[in-house]
Design a protein around this ligand. Structure first.
Ligand SMILES: Cc1cc2nc3c(=O)[nH]c(=O)nc-3n(C[C@H](O)[C@H](O)[C@H](O)COP(=O)(O)O)c2cc1C
Length: 194
């Protein structure tokens, strides 16, 4: 059966570096037979500025956010996939705020059980991946983003593969002509499809 991959893109620049790498990644993954959905997280409309810690999700039996907006159905569908790929530019040594907003609301997919002192969720089968572009070097920007995603993946008992893309300028189209990077991104897509 083909692997189902969800790609969450967090750059506000539709034709920018991150989305260019994502296009190459999805070409590779689809070529290898994966069923790929891409959600432009940067254009989702959210009712609040991120998770407001209302604890509505924790009081409910359901693994879903109580706020009814564009983000909610995307979160709810996450457990239906085999792989979730977060694609983000580096913004001030972290992921973009658009991606972080969705990440924080993933709290609704995880429940803390005070009686047992542990968390429960339906995400253990998920493999995570990160595509992170940056204007500068890998260290510190994308290296810090990678560390965050690896830590979150570890927290839910999974792991996170990454493709880090340094020296990706917003002031030129140079990245679009980088054939070695194109091949690397396609190979990353093929790898996660299998
Ligand atoms: C608000 C903002 C903050 C940024 N912060 C960093 C940073 O901390 N480190 C870095 O290497 N590049 C930084 N950059 C550069 C972008 O991460 C980089 O050019 C990226 O490829 C842009 O992706 P995009 O074309 O998909 O928008 C920043 C860019 C912006 C707009």
């Amino acid at each position: 059966m083909s692997r189902k991959i969800l790609v969450l893109t967090g750059s506000p620049r539709k034709n920018g570096n991150t989305n260019t790498v994502v296009k190459w990644f999805t070409d590779g993954a689809r070529e290898a037979g994966a069923d790929v959905d891409v959600v432009d997280v940067a254009s989702l409309r959210s009712k609040n500025n991120g998770c407001v810690a209302c604890m509505g999700c924790q009081k409910s039996e359901k693994y879903e956010c109580v706020w009814d907006d564009d983000v909610k159905p995307v979160l709810k569908r996450m457990p239906d996939y085999d792989v979730v790929v977060f694609a983000t530019p580096t913004y001030f040594f972290g992921p973009s705020a658009q991606i972080k907003l969705l990440m924080d609301r993933m709290y609704s997919l995880i429940k803390f059980d005070p009686a047992r002192g542990c968390y429960t969720h339906k995400l253990s089968h998920l493999k995570w991946a990160l595509i992170c572009t940056a204007g500068g070097d890998i260290d510190p920007g994308p290296a810090l983003v990678e560390q965050t995603f690896k830590t979150v993946a570890g927290f839910i008992g999974s792991n996170c593969d990454s493709l880090l893309v340094p020296n990706a300028s917003m002031y030129s189209d140079e990245l679009k002509h980088n054939t070695a990077l194109r091949e690397e991104a396609m190979a990353f897509g093929r790898k996660l499809a299998l």
